[in-house]
Design a protein around this ligand. Sequence first.
Ligand code: SF4
Length: 355
Amino acid sequence: MPVRFPDAFAGRLLTWYGRNRRRLPWREDPSPYRTWISEVMLQQTRVETGVPYFERFVRVLPDIPSLAAAPEETLLKLWQGLGYYSRARNLGKAAVILMRDHGGRLPRDYAALLALPGFGEYTAGAVASIAFDLPVPAVDGNVLRVTARLLGDRRDIGKAATKAAFRGIVAASLPSGRAGDFNQALMELGALLCLPSGAPLCGRCPVREFCRASAEGTAGVLPAGRKTVRRRTERKTVLLLLSGGRVLLRRRPGSGLLAGLWEFPSLEGWIPPGEAASVLGLDPASARALPPAGHSFSHLTWLMRGALLEAPAGVSPPPGFRFCSRRELDEELPLPSAFSVYRAVLLSLPPSRFH
Ligand code: SF4
């Protein structure tokens, strides 16, 4: 008999969820497509941040046919600021397969979902259970944490074996016909009360009487195995090079970090603005220092300094680059959020300097 949560647990949790769940656009007006987009979008993104992105995304691409037909640049622009751009690309790839092999619909089948680009066990489980009420678990970081605490389980939640065991526990505990609500309720408990960083709000928890960590006073030290990520650091000088009221940009290569997104030219290391201008054969007196900025990726941190430079009108862009307009920067070209400080600098310039 597999380990499972006690019989009364699901009822208590679902009652709490019915009264306390956040009213979110993909919950209030659900469809399999909206569930899918929201689940992909909310991985690594806070709900408050994700809501406006979600609303904009489904307004521009309201269904699988429109998603399948969307140019990659449109997808990346809609995703701009969320990071993990491969997720946006995989949405498009999966939509094309859905049009080709599944009649333009998400399949009501866990294994078929899992076979689609961008679908791991979590996303397939979330879509299968929430959209189709199939009895499969959806175990994300919140559910791992809640489960470890409820059971007082000290296994490392970073390990695949622990994740598999916890998936089995949730699977064995799913109430008949309410798998989607149960999965969402566990996640919501983790998001609203059973908070990370050792600060769960046990006094308000609907399932406290079933919780070993609360009874044993170990909620603050569970779950075990949270890793601190060591990130490599790169220093760079970002160049906002204007010429004739346009700014120099290029598209990054189609694979690797920030693939296919647009970027400013940059120099390795922190180079004073006047020196950066001299490197490019420009008048050092015209160079202006810009605010520093930092951005962390999963294994890398960029520490950036910036320089605003002015080249004479009519200069040719270097190979691979082109001079872009204000409208392109603002509305059309997907630029990573790593450059948001420098993007804002450009958009704050008067139209006489950048148009
Ligand atoms: Fe989490 Fe506390 Fe509830 Fe246990 S009692 S599930 S530790 S919030």
